[in-house]
Design a binder for this molecule. Structure first.
Ligand code: NDP
Length: 291
């Protein structure tokens, strides 16, 4: 069994981007990070993104509207960033306060600056295999992990657990694309799927993104399977200082001995998300400036 090191792959991407950005003359690519309110997880995510941008040499603008901001005011703020030629990428950190329609906000971000890849236009471009689009960071990170780990999906049965717009659906579309590294035969499972273990046992590559701690057990996989565990779940654990431990959607102790390759949680898909956001920002800069 080979443990796929997501931290190492993410660090490699950051190093490549650093070299690429270092060679850019004049204005550097710029990402605007919008964080509404003080949600502790959002504070930590935005800090990580700011740190990664600085490490690569990207400019970042941190915009911190109060939790009381109205949807109209947030739209006006986004419009300002959409029209600002000094801003290449815009990220609005999720979750947003309840009084704001998150999907409407994602749609408001200009497709050309939508480095999170949640805008309708960019989701459509994934389906159309249009390379000028932005792929959402987690599915893009999964494909990058597979490619850099020497896993070619051509002719393989790829089973995706979960059909969310953020992970399941886009990663299934990417695995299905008619291009090098992809060309998988894809099955998507969800909460209404019958005989789920019967399907997962057929998987050559299993991508688990359902948000159910340790759901995939040894009897649900075939020997030699490649497993990408996207889940990030908190399980109560009184032995930890935090009172919980992080675990994936796969029961790692029993499933990993059967797998040919597997991503751990934490340290698998998670670290890729920020790296792919930075990669999308550099791409947005190049597409908009023509440099
Ligand atoms: P969602 O809750 O949006 O979607 C979960 C999907 O799993 C749904 O399609 C749901 O089916 C399906 N599902 C839930 N329970 C079952 C079940 N018992 N059997 C079969 N299918 C089931 O989650 P996300 O896609 O946003 O996230 C999935 C996991 O990935 C989470 O743990 C999340 O924390 C993690 N994640 C990690 C990221 C990272 O590493 N950077 C980024 C994003 C997410 P249905 O549609 O029928 O309801």
């Amino acid at each position: 069994m080979e443990l796929i090191d997501g931290n190492k792959i993410a660090n490699d991407i950051v190093a490549e981007l650093k070299a690429e950005v270092g060679a850019i003359k004049g204005r550097k690519p710029c990402i605007a990070l919008v964080r509404v309110g003080e949600d502790p997880a959002s504070v930590s995510y935005v800090k990580k993104k700011e740190k990664s941008a600085a490490e690569i040499g990207l400019e970042s603008r941190i915009i911190l509207p109060p939790v009381s901001i109205s949807q109209t005011e947030l739209f006006a703020l986004i419009d300002g960033l959409n029209n600002d030629p000094g801003v290449d990428g815009i990220l609005v950190q999720s979750p947003l306060p309840k009084h704001i329609d998150e999907v409407a906000v994602f749609r408001r971000v200009s497709p050309a600056k939508d480095v999170d890849g949640f805008n309708t236009v960019n989701l459509g471009k994934v389906a159309q295999e249009d390379e000028t689009g932005f792929v959402a960071c987690t599915p893009a990170g999964i494909m990058e992990i597979l490619g850099r780990s020497g896993v070619d999906l051509k002719g393989k049965h790829v089973v995706v657990l979960g059909r969310s717009l953020i992970v399941g659906k886009p990663v299934a579309l990417l695995a299905l694309q008619k291009k090098a590294g992809a060309n998988g035969t894809v099955t998507i499972c969800h909460s209404a799927t019958s005989n789920l273990p019967g399907i997962t046992r057929q998987a050559d590559v299993l991508i688990a993104a359902i948000g159910r701690a340790e759901f995939v057990t040894a009897d649900m996989v075939k020997p030699g399977v490649v497993i990408i565990d996207v889940g990030i779940n908190r399980v109560p654990d009184p032995t930890k200082k935090t009172g919980y431990r992080l675990t994936g959607d796969v029961h790692f102790p029993t499933v990993s001995p059967l797998a040919s390759k597997i991503t751990p949680v934490p340290g698998g898909v998670g670290p890729m998300t920020v790296a792919m956001l930075m990669k999308n920002t550099v791409k947005a800069y190049r597409l908009q400036t023509g440099h």
